[in-house]
Design a binder for this molecule. Structure first.
Ligand SMILES: Nc1ncnc2c1ncn2[C@@H]1O[C@H](COP(=O)(O)OP(=O)(O)OP(=O)(O)O)[C@@H](O)[C@H]1O
Ligand code: NI
Length: 337
């Protein structure tokens, strides 16, 4: 005999209210990056200096309660954007544009104040851990004496959920495997009380089970009202949990799509490059496109995707296309409407 699905009015109401609360939080951008550009001063032989532009006209927003995935090829500026937000760029970097956090200008001073507290980074390179500090001290960070016990307990629980044995706490970074180090880095963000979490490639080296678990932690953080920026090469993983996907190419954003736009053949995607990324996935038969993104020292007058685009028109070689709103997303393409 088939059993009827039970309806629990209280539960229905509370999940309904949670959804409303989430919706409300979603409408507030915690972080706004507008027209960001970044270049490095490089010293050539003699006293000659050149400027290498690595990010230009880049705009994104991270909303409370949402996960924004950032995808795009290697060298497209994903990690540098994270470092720009955290204020940890090298001294020869020159940053221009507007950054706001929680409605106020995000100055270098404020970045330093918020870093590791309200804004947490799960770094791409594992060398970010202090080689001479025991793991437990790095994960817990500097907390007041009276909170130490509570934090230790929380750390124990999080480590257990991540399959990290208690002895890991007393180890030094070089004693961990790559996968373990990543799990330690994710634990650090889970434990912190950050409002903006930027995870730079947090999933390589994780087995399927740990991968899904890690993704579920990011989802939990967003459900709690945090804004999460997930930088990844793994589009399929990003689609499992993200609300929006920003597609980077040669230092700028070509499209910010909603996760629903990736359904079916991707006919709702707005930019030919996003469609190409979608088609290159295994389930879409790996249809890759020829060519590569332009190098930083190439001077390009028109659309940066011009060389590889199958839909290009004469206008595309003249001037950078404006970023425009199309069907609830944004795109930088003359053909999108
Ligand atoms: N300190 C630096 N000086 C000069 N160029 C740099 C510097 N740091 C990064 N770059 C260049 O800036 C570009 C963007 O680098 P970034 O690390 O942001 O790429 P990414 O999108 O994170 O790539 P990946 O997916 O491989 O991590 C790269 O071409 C890189 O070589
Ligand atoms: Ni990177």
């Amino acid at each position: 005999m088939g059993s009827k699905a039970e309806i629990n009015p209280k539960k229905e109401l509370s999940t309904g209210l949670e959804a409303v609360a989430r919706e409300r939080k979603k409408n507030e951008a915690l972080l706004t990056v507008e027209d960001l550009s970044l270049s490095f001063t490089q010293y050539m032989s003699g006293l000659r200096q050149t400027e290498l532009k690595v990010i230009s006209n880049l705009s994104i927003q991270a909303y409370k309660g949402e996960i924004l995935a950032i995808v795009g090829s290697s060298g497209s500026g994903k990690s540098l954007l994270a470092h720009a937000i955290l204020g940890i760029l090298p001294l020869n970097a020159k940053l221009d544009g507007k950054m706001e956090y929680d409605g106020k200008k995000l100055t270098q001073e404020r970045k330093e104040e918020l870093r590791g507290k309200e804004i947490a980074l799960i770094p791409q390179a594992i060398t970010y851990l202090d080689p001479l500090m025991k793991i437990s001290n790095q994960v817990i960070g500097s907390v007041e004496k009276e909170k130490e016990g509570l934090m230790k307990k929380l750390q124990g629980e999080v480590f257990q959920r991540y399959g990290l044995k208690p002895e890991v706490e007393g180890m030094l970074p070089h004693e961990l495997s790559g996968g373990m180090t990543r799990r330690v880095l994710v634990s650090t963000a889970v434990i912190s009380s950050s409002k903006l979490i930027i995870a730079d490639e947090p999933t390589p080296g994780l087995d399927d089970k740990t991968l899904n678990e890690t993704l579920s932690y990011f989802k939990d953080m967003a459900d709690k009202g945090c804004a999460v920026i997930l930088i990844t090469h793994d589009i399929e993983a990003a689609l499992k949990i993200s609300h929006k996907i920003a597609v980077f190419y040669a230092g700028t954003v070509l499209e910010v799509a909603n996760v629903e736009d990736f359904k079916n053949n991707g006919e709702n995607l707005r930019h030919p490059y996003t469609r190409a990324l979608w088609n290159a996935l295994p389930q879409n038969k790996f249809q890759a496109i020829k060519g590569h993104q332009p190098m930083q020292d190439e001077v390009i007058d028109g659309c940066i995707f011009y060389d590889r685009c199958s839909k290009k028109k004469a206008i595309c070689s003249r001037g950078i296309p404006q970023l425009k709103q199309v069907n609830g997303g944004v795109v930088r393409c003359n053909n999108a409407s």
